[in-house]
Design a protein around this ligand. Sequence first.
Ligand code: ATP
Ligand code: MG
Length: 396
Amino acid sequence: MKEIFLLKLGEIVLKGANKRQFESRLRQNVRRRMKYYGNFDVYLMQSTLYVEPMDDSCDVDGAWEACSSIFGVVSLCRSRACEKNLDAIFNAIEEYLGDDLDCARSFKVESKRSDKAFPMTSIQLSQDIGGRLAEAHPHVEVDVHHPDYTVFVEIRDLAAYVHGPAVPGAGGLPTGVGGRAMVLLSGGIDSPVAAYMIAKRGVEVEAVHFFSYPYTSQLAKDKVLELARLVTRFSGKMTVNVVGFTEIQEAIRDKCPEEYFTLIMRRFMMEISMRLAKHDGCGALITGENLGQVASQTMEAMAVTGAVVDIPIFMPLIGMDKEEIVTIARKIGTLETSILPYEDCCTVFTPKHPKTKPTLEQLLYAERNLDREALITRAMDNIEKFKLEYYDEPRI
Ligand code: ATP
Ligand code: MG
């Protein structure tokens, strides 16, 4: 008998009328992900997704790893399916979990019976199987209150399934149920985490990166593409739009007062990102901004940079401490790449004394010598698009 993964659906179980749509989206996402690992059957029953390898050539370990990064799954376990009778269940546990059981000090059996035609109650089933296991493993105590290890038996429609403790899934909502948003992706620690957090809420993510060659290098661009690729482990495919930003930055340097450089630059980024977002069907922008972290992240600064945008700007990190952000970056595997020492275009023409409490009037005055529209149009005419997915070669 082969292994089957059981993926338990999280929040989506609660979503009333949308439940069906959410479930079918999750099933579709899992199916798409599993294609890379061979021929898997993916089906949904009783609020559980079953992922079943159909032949021996399947990469079961790779598939298992991938399942743990799919949003919408609250917990998952590898299980063994067997016939719905006591002997078959006992034998399956012995074969599949016997070694784990031997390593434990104490154990219990927990049963669930969603097939009500099964002739025993869950308690009777646990007692029977627990008794047999206790006899087979006399050095492992039975402890129903604080067991070291729990053996789970689930009697479902198609078969019985036995497994050990489930592990936590990626949580969140299935990618695609929450629309699309455009993340402003830099090479730093924050924006990949911001992208991940909004993707976790079921949002498909597209990215935009502003690139100032030759002030920033090809390596800096590759670093951003690599960060995007790492985020796709969770978010699924992502398009990254690389916008040439050199002309705009030079125009700002030549024609605007220095203390406003960063703010004016960020207003261009926001406006170009919004136009791209609207063109590509994205309903919001995402940034990695964090209140008070740098001069351009005060309330007043956000008011003047946000003023060029008329769609929502999601800033999921706004109230977090750096340490909390770093913890997530480490967990999702972007930290090591983020801390590689390549420059970002934000740091190219940094003012010595940036304005921290600007007003919109001041900004409009500081920008008066720029032909904003022409600069934006030219930048948008020269966008390089990269379509990335997790299975691509690493970029750096
Ligand atoms: P990060 O760690 O994400 O770079 P940060 O703390 O360095 O953030 P800033 O450099 O002020 O902060 O940038 C704030 C946000 O603006 C970033 O989180 C990102 O969303 C966006 N951003 C900054 N630089 C770029 C860029 N070159 N291209 C696209 N977006 C950018
Ligand atoms: Mg940055």
